[in-house]
Design a protein around this ligand. Structure first.
Ligand code: EPU
Length: 306
């Protein structure tokens, strides 16, 4: 018998029993029962409405950044937005994007048009949908700061456009409350291409010098506590290079957990928990995770036999 999740593969492009380690920037994760790859916003809306109607479990993976996928895989449907990567110029300062537009492509498009406002995203992996769900950014700046209007899908099937003032995003929290991004309009500032390019180069140089950008990681593991830096606190506990299995704290920046090859989700959870304990003991600070940790399933999803 075809499982309810598998029946979606007759209607939309996707894969059964797909290892999520192929789709996450940490290169960790067991199989998704079904991974669907909608090609355009209308497909995404149809799929989300259908999954809600069938009461099937589903998760948005976005571009696979900032997510720890479970070793036991994910029952039901995982949605990857990588095929929905179009961007459109909209007026003199507007850039419209589908949720799968990658952040590097978005930054490049803005720079080529002589538009400023997205430079802080340079060197950040992932896609627009996940980045807005997280309010990704650098320090206090978050991607919602550049949004004019975002169209969101809600689990009751409604689609509605919102301004940032209505959504009230917070530091590294897009405040979507179960909604899914369908399309977004960014409002940027006209600037000389040379000035934007110079800023990008300067920021990238700084990131290359201070972050393990070439290793498998999910970006910063913890949010910064108010007025301080999680990296500084973890470093001050002497935890650089601390390792569980093949997951280790970067020796370059202590807020990055890197996969040295073959790390499991259990390894990463071990590192997260140890860091939380040590920072609490030493500084009485309760670190909040930025990395989104998906729970292990009750029954592991069987890998593809082929
Ligand atoms: N520091 C240490 N040891 C470390 C790391 C940092 O002592 O291992 C110290 C630095 O010397 C500096 C301070 O901590 O004095 C702050 O470090 P940094 O400038 O690297 O910034 P951060 O607060 O650690 C934030 C964002 C990054 C973003 C950078 C650059 C958060 C959690 N982190 O890092 O965002 O790239 O600023 O703008 O908001 C992310 O969110 O995934 C992320 C990587």
């Amino acid at each position: 018998m075809i499982s309810p999740a598998n029946s979606w593969l007759d209607k939309f492009p996707g894969r059964a029993r797909e290892p999520l380690s192929r789709w996450t920037t940490l290169r960790i994760g067991g199989p998704a029962e079904v991974l669907l790859e909608p090609q355009k916003p209308e497909h995404l809306v149809d799929i989300l409405n259908g999954l809600a109607k069938d009461n099937l479990p589903w998760r948005m993976l976005g571009g696979g950044a900032n997510t720890l996928a479970p070793d036991g895989g994910v029952p039901g449907v995982v949605l990857h937005t990588g095929s929905m990567r179009r961007m459109f110029v909209d007026g003199p300062t507007g850039l419209r994007a589908w949720p799968g537009a990658t952040l590097p492509a978005l930054v490049r498009a803005a720079a080529e048009k002589g538009l400023s406002g997205l430079e802080h995203l340079i060197g950040v992996p992932g896609q627009v949908g996940g980045a807005l769900a997280m309010n990704a950014g650098a320090a206090d700046w978050g991607l919602w700061d550049a949004v004019q209007e975002a169209t969101l899908w809600y689990p009751d099937g409604t689609l509605q456009a919102f301004t940032p003032e209505q959504i009230k995003p917070k530091y590294r929290n897009g405040n979507l409350r179960g909604a899914v991004l369908i399309e977004v309009l960014f409002d940027l500032k006209p600037a000389s291409k040379q000035v934007v390019q110079a800023k990008l180069e300067e920021l990238l140089k700084r990131k290359n010098a201070t972050q393990p950008v070439r290793l498998w990681s999910a970006g910063c593991a913890f949010k910064n506590p108010p007025g301080d830096s999680a990296g500084r606190l973890i470093d001050a506990c002497g935890l650089k290079n601390y390792q569980v299995g093949k997951a280790a704290i970067s020796d370059q920046h202590a807020n990055f957990i890197v996969n040295q090859g073959g790390a499991t989700a259990a390894d990463v959870r071990g590192v997260l928990e140890h860091v939380e304990r040590m920072v609490m003991e030493r500084f009485q600070v309760s670190l909040v995770r930025e990395l989104v940790v998906w729970p292990e399933p009750q029954e592991p999803v069987a890998p593809d036999k082929g």
